[in-house]
Write a protein that binds this ligand. Structure first.
Ligand code: SAH
Length: 458
């Protein structure tokens, strides 16, 4: 982050504006709107500035900028087309430790002004850190459409009831649950209709009937890595969570969507080299939910595909904890799509089979005859360590040693890499592949040459 974001309370505070052209007029209007006491340095005043001056809303200091114009000033804004003058204002302000903004000159700014979506008292500010005001404005327009007009009115009511809600709840978490539930309820539609009296009665009724939230667990599929593949349900659950249990396969980009004040607990096999046992994870999920918290169990890919989601849901059911499952894009779908490999194709693959190279019980043999059938795509999760046995058995049971294969590492992520070859070389390809890696065996793997579109090879 290049700039520290903050909202300044300028009511009754002195601000110096140097310049009285068109841009200065816009700045002046915004500063007056928030109650700043405006002092203006300019040789002449246009009719608007003149009328502000006549009505005592600004103080005109004349046409010469002197150091003492900055006495008692909190912020200075220079908006003239005289570069030297702008620079002098900036340097004088710097010397005194006064915030200064020279319009459209990033290197002469100790503060910059964001584009703002105004739903007062709610304000949303967007900044590009001075790099591209046009980009910031574009996002402001998008956000403008997303934030309902009645947001400000709801915030006003919330402010009025804040202390009473604080008294009626036991801690910050409960308070957050109360407000989140309220904002998702009929309260919002009443406010949207502009009926604030009814909205307030609704708020009062919900507070009177308030009961602490019952904990729940949401098993969320985070997809293979690219945060754009999260579902809307996944994102909503992640952002509502009080605590997130995540494993090593969940990408940093996705973890960045978790609320800053939510607790994050790694239960990944590889994360930080500590391995929290499945039994321990199950116990923690139950314990946190029983304490009334909203728990998200965030898993790579889909929670029910080689993700032990089934085992966790069984434990929750036994413990009587309410739960929901949010499916995710499993690696076999995400990684192959980003590698340009269709799982089925009318010419060569009428089915696709997802298998694990790893089983709970050692020595358990897969049905090699089925796995080796032709005209199907075999996708192997967690299989790179067993690539030689897999290749050998498939050939033994009838799949051609010439069958195209691909090993996809870090699928959908910026560092995705894909090795392609033939079944007979699968062990070498798998051995060199960074993890996590998915093996794809079948004629469709050869289509990558034609269809690749993402990452290094595109
Ligand atoms: N529940 C997950 C699978 C967990 S098993 C899902 O639905 O995708 C872990 C295995 O998934 C890894 O060994 C690897 O084979 C595969 N995998 C997960 N993410 C991957 C990715 N981004 N790229 C390639 N393979 C991945």
């Amino acid at each position: 982050m290049s700039h520290y974001p903050m909202f300044a309370n300028l009511r009754g505070r002195a601000v110096l504006l140097v310049g009285a052209g068109q841009v200065a007029e816009r700045k002046a209007a915004a500063l007056l709107q928030v109650g700043a006491v405006l002092r203006v340095v300019a040789e002449t005043l246009n009719p608007q500035f003149q009328s502000w001056s006549d009505s005592g809303r600004i103080e005109w200091l004349g046409g010469v900028f002197r150091e003492d114009c900055l006495n008692g000033v909190f912020l200075a804004v220079a908006a003239t087309d005289d570069r030297d003058l702008n620079q002098r204002v900036f340097q004088s302000a710097e010397a005194r430790g006064t915030f200064c903004n020279v319009v459209d000159t990033t290197d002469l700014c100790s503060f910059i002004v964001p584009a703002v979506v105004d739903r007062s008292p709610v304000q949303i500010a967007v900044s590009s850190g001075g790099t591209s005001p046009v980009l910031a404005r574009k996002w402001r327009q998008i956000i403008e459409m997303l934030v309902p007009l009645h947001t400000g009115k709801m915030a006003q009511l919330a402010g009025k009831w804040r202390d009473r809600v604080k008294e009626a709840t036991r801690n910050a978490e409960e308070r957050r649950h109360f407000w989140e539930k309220l904002f998702d309820s009929r309260f919002s539609s009443l406010a949207a209709q502009g009926d604030m009296a009814a909205a307030e009665s609704e708020l009062a009724a919900q507070l009177a009937g308030y009961a602490p939230h019952k904990g729940e667990v949401v098993l969320v599929g985070a997809g293979p890595g690219d945060a754009g593949l999260l579902t809307v349900h996944a994102l909503q659950a992640i952002q509502a969570a009080d605590v997130v249990f995540y494993d090593a396969l969940v990408s940093d980009e996705i973890m960045a969507t978790v609320r800053k004040d939510a607790e994050k607990i790694s239960v990944g096999k590889r994360a930080g080299c500590h391995h929290v046992q499945q039994e321990e994870t199950n116990r923690l999920l139950v314990e946190h939910a029983q304490a009334g918290r909203r728990v998200v169990r965030l898993k790579g890919g889909d929670p029910f595909v080689f993700g032990r989601g089934g085992e966790e849901a069984q434990v929750l059911r036994q413990a009587g904890i309410p739960y929901r499952i949010v499916p995710g894009v499993t690696a076999a779908l995400g990684a192959t799509a980003y590698a340009g490999i269709p799982l089925t194709h009318r010419d060569c693959a009428q089915s696709a089979l997802f298998v694990t190279g790893h089983s709970k019980h050692d020595g358990e043999q897969p049905d090699w005859r089925t796995l080796a059938l032709s005209n199907q795509t075999l996708v192997v999760y967690m299989g790179t360590l067993r690539a030689s046995v897999i290749a050998e058995k498939l050939v033994e049971y009838g799949r051609s040693a010439d069958t195209p294969v691909a090993v996809i590492s870090n699928g959908t992520l910026p560092n995705q890499s894909v090795q392609t070859g033939r079944l007979q070389n699968l062990p070498e390809l798998a051995e060199d592949a960074p993890r996590p890696a998915l093996m794809v065996i079948g004629e469709v793997a050869a289509l990558r040459d034609e269809l690749k579109w993402f990452g290094e090879a595109a």
